[in-house]
Design a protein around this ligand. Structure first.
Ligand code: MN
Length: 321
C-alpha cells in the first residue's frame, strides 16, 4: 500500500492515557458497507448513507473504491457532473484519479495524496483514472468522503486544495506500533494539511498486528472507525471490526483500538467532526437544507450557473458522458 509511510520510531508519539481514569468511547453501532455502482460503473462500498445510518453528521457519504486490480481497459471514473452545498475529499491510496473542474482546479490524485474540493455555490468536475492507468490496468484503492457545509456556508465560493502525500502530518502510537496520517483537522495538537469549513478530524492509521492505538478525541466530535483492510477490535469492550465495516462510537474523551494478531496490519480510517444539526435535503449531487433549495440547484445547473465544462475538455476523446 503506497500511502505515505514512515519509521514510527522517529515520529512524535501520542500520549499514554491512564486506563482507568479515561472516558473511552464504546461502540454504539456497527454498520456493514453496502455495494453500489458509481460513475461509469465502478463498484464502491458505502457504509453511509444507508438504511442503518442515514448520515454521520457532519459527514454525508463515504465511498470506498477497491482495493481492486483492474485489467487493461477496465478502470472507470465519474465523467463531468455538478455539486452544490458540501465538500468532497478524495484520498487515493493506490492507483490514480485525474481531476479537472470548472474553476480551473485539477491534478493527479495518487499514492497517498488527497484532493479537497469545496463545491459551495456550485462546481462541475470530472474524476477519471488517467489514460495510461486505464490502458495498463493495475491496483486501484481510494476513498471519497462528503463533508456537509452549514447553512451559512452552503453557497461559499468553490475552492480546490491539492494535498500532497508528503504533506500529511505523521504521528505514532505511544509504543510505536501504529502509524497515523493526519489528512485533515488535528490530533493531540498536531495539525493536518486539509483546511476545512466544518471542524473535522480525518485520519488513516496503519496498526501493526496485535498493536494497540489509543488517542484523545474531542468530546464535541462524533467518532467513526472504518476498516479498509484487515481485522481488529474497537473500544474498551473489544468489539470486532473487519474490512468494510464501520463502527459508530458513543460519547467520551478518547478512542482505543487494537489490531488482530493476523499476518497483515489493520488499515483503518478514523473520522470525526462537530455535528451541524441542521435539516438536510439531498438529491444526487446536491445537498441543501430545504427541498426548495434543491430545486433551485437543479434550475441553476440547467441554466449553466454551476459552471461550464472547460472548452479544452469538449473534444470527442474527452467527452465520456
Ligand atoms: Mn463528484
Amino acid at each position: 500500500m503506497p500511502a505515505i509511510t514512515a519509521d514510527t520510531l522517529t515520529l512524535p508519539r501520542l500520549p499514554e492515557l491512564p486506563e482507568a481514569a479515561t472516558a473511552w468511547r464504546k461502540v454504539h453501532k456497527v454498520v456493514r458497507a453496502a455495494k453500489f455502482l458509481e460513475g461509469e460503473g465502478f463498484q464502491v462500498r458505502r457504509p453511509f448513507p444507508s438504511l442503518d445510518l442515514a448520515m454521520a453528521d457532519p459527514f454525508l457519504l463515504l465511498d470506498h473504491m477497491g482495493a481492486v486490480e483492474y485489467g487493461p481497459g477496465e478502470a472507470k471514473g465519474a465523467p463531468w457532473h455538478p455539486h452544490r452545498g458540501f465538500e468532497t475529499v478524495t484520498y487515493m491510496i493506490d492507483g490514480a484519479m485525474q481531476h479537472t473542474d470548472s474553476i480551473g482546479g485539477g491534478g493527479l490524485i495518487t499514492d497517498g495524496s488527497t484532493q479537497w474540493m469545496t463545491a459551495g455555490q456550485g462546481i462541475l468536475h470530472n474524476e477519471v483514472p488517467p489514460q495510461d492507468l486505464v490502458a495498463a490496468g493495475g491496483l486501484f484503492h481510494g476513498v471519497q468522503l462528503w463533508v456537509n457545509l452549514p447553512r451559512a456556508l452552503k453557497l461559499v465560493q468553490p475552492r480546490y486544495q491539492d494535498i500532497a502525500a508528503t504533506s500529511a502530518s505523521l504521528i505514532a502510537s505511544d509504543d510505536g506500533g501504529a502509524l497515523v496520517r493526519i489528512i485533515a483537522g488535528e490530533l493531540d495538537g498536531h495539525a493536518g494539511p486539509g483546511s476545512t469549513y466544518s471542524p473535522i478530524t480525518y485520519l488513516h492509521a496503519t496498526v501493526s498486528p496485535g498493536a494497540r492505538l489509543a488517542m484523545p478525541w474531542p468530546r464535541d466530535f462524533n467518532a467513526l472507525v472504518y476498516v479498509l483492510s484487515g481485522e481488529g477490535t474497537v473500544g474498551p469492550e473489544s468489539r470486532p471490526l473487519a474490512e468494510g465495516h464501520l463502527a459508530v462510537l458513543t460519547a467520551g474523551e478518547a478512542l482505543t483500538l487494537q489490531a488482530a494478531p493476523t499476518p497483515t496490519p489493520w488499515e483503518i480510517l478514523i473520522l470525526g467532526g462537530r455535528p451541524i444539526n441542521e435539516p438536510v435535503a439531498r438529491y444526487g449531487p446536491f445537498v441543501m437544507n430545504t427541498r426548495q433549495e434543491l430545486s433551485q440547484a437543479f434550475d441553476d445547473y440547467q441554466a449553466g450557473r454551476l459552471g461550464q465544462i472547460p472548452a479544452t475538455h469538449l473534444s470527442p476523446a474527452d467527452d465520456q458522458s
